[in-house]
Each structure stands twice: as structure tokens, then as C-alpha cells.
Design a protein. Structure first.
Length: 184
């Protein structure tokens, strides 16, 4: 794959050391007048808020998927209704095809963006967990799942989600070719 395309289609791994370098501020337990418990409580509160933010990103991603599925269905339904019209020339299906391809492209990029955003958020969550008594995500869950590398243990959902718009785009193009090629 050419480099300019790889930049957009292959996600670049997040540099954990860069994230770690930007995560912590100069505020530590000494800024809390030496009260380690107050510092830990503040850290736990930030952790809870950040985990909630990551969860909301996942919920927004699910809403976006529903939106694009509905939009694709509506466009396909309209194209089917037009196709049923006796006066429609098959090449006019090019307009809904372009709409569908634009929708699947936007869908692909949005899912990819959510994937990148959540990847960064979960790295930050893991780094915060390094300062907490337990690390349920960073050390326990993620390692139990083979860090997403072993597909027999876990196949990250966003990897699958990204293929759906691509598969639909291919089906739409093939459907268009068949519709134009077949006599009416």
C-alpha cells in the first residue's frame, strides 16, 4: 500500500511513553499538604470521570453506527423505489450509489476516529491505574485478553466495525454493476 494511503488506512500505534510524559502534572501528594489519602481520593475521582468519558465515547460510537445503518437503509430504500419506476434509466442509479459510497466513507472514518480516541483513552486509564491499588483494565483484563493480539481470545469490536462500511460499499458497487448490466 502506498505510504500516503497507509497513513489513512493503517492506524498508527500510540506511543505509551509520550502519553506517560504528558499525563502527570507537578501536583503530587506533597501538594496536598502531605495528605496521601486526599491525593489518592483526587486521583480516584479523576479516574472515575475518565472511565465514564471512555464509556460515553463507546456509546456515541454505537449511536453513530445506528445512524449510518439507518441512513444507508433509507438511501437504499429510495434507490429501490426509483428502480421500480419504469421510466428510470439504470445509469441514474449512479446518484444513489455516490450517496451510499459517501455515507460508507464517512462511516469508516468516524468509526476509525472513535477507535483511535478510545485507544488513547484506555492507555491513559491504564496509566492512572498504575497509581491505584488495583489495575483491573491495564494489567488484568487487557492482559487476559492477550492485549487484542490473539484473535482466539479477543477480537476488538472496532476492528470488526470498520469492515462493515467497506463491505457495504463493495456490495453497493457490485449491485450497481449488476443493475446496469442486466436488461430491464
Amino acid at each position: 500500500m502506498p505510504e500516503f494511503l497507509a497513513r489513512y488506512f493503517r492506524p498508527k500505534p500510540i506511543d505509551v511513553d509520550v502519553v506517560r510524559g504528558g499525563l502527570w502534572t507537578a501536583v503530587d501528594a506533597t501538594a496536598y499538604a502531605g495528605e496521601k489519602a486526599a491525593y489518592q481520593a483526587a486521583l480516584l475521582d479523576q479516574y472515575k470521570i475518565y472511565v465514564e468519558m471512555a464509556d460515553r465515547i463507546s456509546a456515541r460510537r454505537a449511536v453513530a453506527n445506528g445512524f449510518f445503518l439507518s441512513l444507508n437503509t433509507a438511501t437504499l430504500t429510495a434507490a429501490g423505489a426509483l428502480w421500480g419506476s419504469a421510466s428510470l434509466r439504470s445509469w441514474l442509479l449512479f446518484v444513489p450509489l455516490c450517496l451510499l459510497l459517501a455515507q460508507t466513507a464517512a462511516w469508516f472514518w468516524i468509526v476509525r476516529s472513535y477507535r483511535q480516541l478510545n485507544s488513547a483513552k484506555y492507555i491513559v486509564i491504564g496509566m492512572i491505574e498504575e497509581q491505584l491499588p488495583a489495575s483491573p483494565y491495564w494489567r488484568a483484563e487487557w492482559q487476559a485478553l492477550g492485549e487484542g493480539k490473539d484473535k482466539a481470545l479477543y477480537w476488538p469490536l472496532t476492528h470488526l466495525e470498520q469492515w462493515l462500511p467497506v463491505i457495504l460499499a463493495v456490495v453497493y458497487v457490485l449491485g450497481f454493476v449488476v443493475a446496469v448490466a442486466l436488461p430491464r
